[in-house]
Design a protein around this ligand. Structure first.
Ligand SMILES: NC(=O)c1ccc[n+]([C@@H]2O[C@H](COP(=O)([O-])OP(=O)(O)OC[C@H]3O[C@@H](n4cnc5c(N)ncnc54)[C@H](O)[C@@H]3O)[C@@H](O)[C@H]2O)c1
Length: 318
């Protein structure tokens, strides 16, 4: 298959490109290498694929319609996996306009290009953040998601709505995957796992928000990639599907596991709980099991160990 991965140089995108190449797909990796975090990190994420004849890098912005048009004209694309976005709850409170334009207009442009070029299948990287402060656990796809509590979450919900609209009008098959906080190799450096691991290893203080009892359903990146791959060749019309680790971990437990894995004690600084953050996330994954035959395989401690191993290997290559 020829697969376009938008945001392919990022954390999840680069792990996905690696797997797609291993499975002998042709991959077009579209990325604008924005400076949300260092573009050098993103270049490094994909450096090892650049000589692979099945890999093509398209340095392009999904906000540039002419650039998208060129890529869709040049290639006979079978499936689009759309991951390009400004991601990050807290950053979206500082730059709501940038997040809105990039994520909503960007997704609209991708949908338009799919429609114009007769693309049959789109997989969209949505987020558990759409559930807001849902009090019912676990979060099911049928739960009301009309109350996002951050601009980032609102952009993801808006994108899901546009995805449905393009499915309805143009019969594009769309699967919106709601990823629950992802961690693992190539981790985004602004995310808690990377920041805390980095700080603990370097003897720097880590920030603990609130009493540490907020919970996240952390999902190892290989499991997310498995879930995306499970969507290829699935003709489901329009579906929204949770991909979560299905085990909730408190912030206190996360710090404990990081300490155990690194063999170092964390220096903790306490701060109040941030306003855009949700109290808990917890995925109901029964739909992923029944429609995709998917369930996460990685236990939390194992995943953290793999993250730590990657971090150490990365340091030896700097
Ligand atoms: N990491 C998580 O825990 C998580 C959770 C839920 C959803 N998601 C979603 O998964 C997707 C990937 O997230 P990630 O953690 O890998 O983030 P990331 O920032 O590492 O990857 C996103 C990539 O998209 C690129 N990009 C952004 N805007 C672009 C544009 N206008 N044109 C072209 N490229 C652009 C960036 O340069 C980056 O390489 C995002 O859509 C994110 O919202 C991530």
């Amino acid at each position: 298959m020829k697969i376009l991965v938008t945001g392919g140089a990022g954390f999840i995108g680069s792990n996905l490109c690696e797997r797609l190449l291993k499975e002998k797909h042709e991959v077009i990796c579209l990325d604008n290498f924005n400076d949300y975090y260092s573009p050098i990190v993103k270049k490094n994420n994909i450096a090892s694929f650049l000589n692979n004849p099945d890999f093509e890098l398209a340095t392009e912005d999904i906000l540039n319609k002419a650039g998208l048009e060129k890529i869709f004209t040049q290639h006979k694309i079978d499936t689009v996996i759309h991951l390009a976005a400004k991601a990050g709850v807290r950053a979206s409170l500082i730059d709501p306009e940038g997040f809105s334009v990039n994520n909503i207009i960007g997704t609209f442009n991708v949908l338009e290009a799919c429609q114009k070029h007769g693309i049959k299948n789109l997989i969209f990287g949505s987020s558990s953040s759409v559930y807001g402060n849902n009090t019912k656990v676990p979060f099911a796809e049928t739960d009301n998601v009309d109350y996002p509590i951050s601009p980032y979450a609102a952009t993801k919900k808006a994108c899901e709505l546009f995805c449905f609209n393009y499915h309805h009008l143009y019969h594009l098959n769309v699967i919106c995957l709601r990823f629950f906080t992802v961690y693992g190799p190539n981790n985004r450096p602004d995310m808690a796992h990377f920041k805390m691991l980095d700080s603990i290893i370097n003897g720097q203080p880590i920030t603990k928000y609130g009493d540490g009892e907020s919970r996240r359903d952390y999902t190892f990146v290989d499991d997310i990639v498995d879930g995306i791959i499970a969507c290829l060749n699935k003709n489901l019309g329009f579906e929204i599907i949770n991909l979560g680790g299905s085990q909730t971990i408190t912030l206190n437990r996360m710090i404990e596991v990081l300490e155990k894995t690194t063999g170092k004690k964390a220096i903790i600084e306490n701060l109040p709980f941030p306003p855009g953050d949700v109290n808990q996330t917890y995925a109901d994954i029964s739909k992923a099991k029944s429609l995709l035959g998917w369930e996460p395989k990685t236990l939390y401690q194992e995943g953290v160990k793999k993250l730590f191993d990657w971090y150490q290997k990365k340091l030896t290559h700097i």
